[in-house]
Write a protein that binds this ligand. Structure first.
Ligand code: PAF
Length: 279
């Protein structure tokens, strides 16, 4: 496992692998790694000859400076965790290396980034697209691995790959959960003990909601989920939407012929947690 900080070095190493006909898998992360990231790494190592993991807290995707400042950073622990899965390269660039000049590109994802996370974090997905497109350009992966917890992010990245006509295959991987059901997230480490205990109510409610289909219609079910979670004094729902899995259009009836995903963001103190379930 080799750590590399410079774009030029990373490109040179990868061109050598590519010239040898090796397949390259890529796991982009912002560090503070948990079992979810490690499962992506494990999958990439299984699927590809070479696996590259990037660790880069991307400033352009944070619309809130305090969120960027408080984002957990623990590079030594991250490297230690990764070493157990034997990826080949860890790319850890500095901000100046990724953005020697400001990135002024504006992406247009239509509805995909106007709703849910896009509506509540203006500019977030544009920043994600900026950094992921740069990383794809540097790494030129055959396969890139993303967690389904960030369901809308996966939809946006798939659209970006289509729009930019990139040849990378996007591999969405299942949400990994704590024992009590809470979706794993780097942000979970920022919760205090009481918040952490109560946060499990989010997934618990989503799982219960699945059993209420089709007894409750879509509007009734959305209402039930929001009220149920908001009953808990530690939790405040920012949004709960049920959308189709490709265009993220709002579902109106359970009998529509599509895959239906319930996406939620809940504020726990100052921490935003996201989760989703398939209905
Ligand atoms: O999901 C994340 O951790 C980030 O949004 C990503 C894809 C690494 C881009 O910074």
């Amino acid at each position: 496992m080799k750590t590399v900080k410079l774009v030029a070095d990373t490109k040179a190493i990868i061109s050598k692998y590519k010239a040898e006909g090796k397949s390259v898998g890529f796991v982009p992360t912002m560090g503070a790694l948990h079992a979810g990231h490690l499962s992506l790494t494990e999958q990439s190592v299984k699927d590809n000859d070479i696996t590259i993991v990037s660790i880069f807290v991307n400033p352009t995707q944070f619309n809130n400076p305090n969120d960027l400042k408080s984002y957990p950073r623990c590079i030594d622990e991250d490297l230690d965790k990764l070493s157990k899965f034997s990826p080949d390269i860890i790319f850890i660039p500095e901000v100046e290396e990724m953005y020697p000049e400001p990135d002024t590109r504006i992406f247009n994802f239509g509805n995909l980034d106007q709703i849910m996370e896009g509506k509540n974090r203006p500019g977030h997905f544009n920043g994600v697209a900026q950094v992921v497109s740069k990383l794809f350009d540097i790494i030129n992966p055959d396969n890139a691995y993303f967690g389904q917890k960030d369901f809308q992010q996966v939809a946006v990245i798939k659209q970006m790959v289509k729009d930019l006509k990139l040849s990378v295959n996007i591999v969405p991987c299942p949400i990994i959960r704590e024992k009590d059901g809470l979706a794993m997230s780097s942000r979970n480490t920022l919760l205090n003990d009481e918040q952490r205990k109560n946060a499990s109510k989010i997934s618990e409610t989503l799982f219960k909601a699945r059993n209420l289909v089709p007894k409750l219609n879509v509007i009734q079910l959305k209402d039930w989920v929001v009220k149920e979670i908001n009953k808990n004094p530690y939790l405040s729902v920012e949004y709960f939407e049920i959308v189709d899995d490709t265009h993220l259009n709002q579902i109106k009836n359970w009998d529509e012929d599509n895959i239906k995903i319930g996406c939620i963001t809940v504020q726990v103190g100052n921490i935003r947690l996201i989760d989703n379930v398939t209905f």
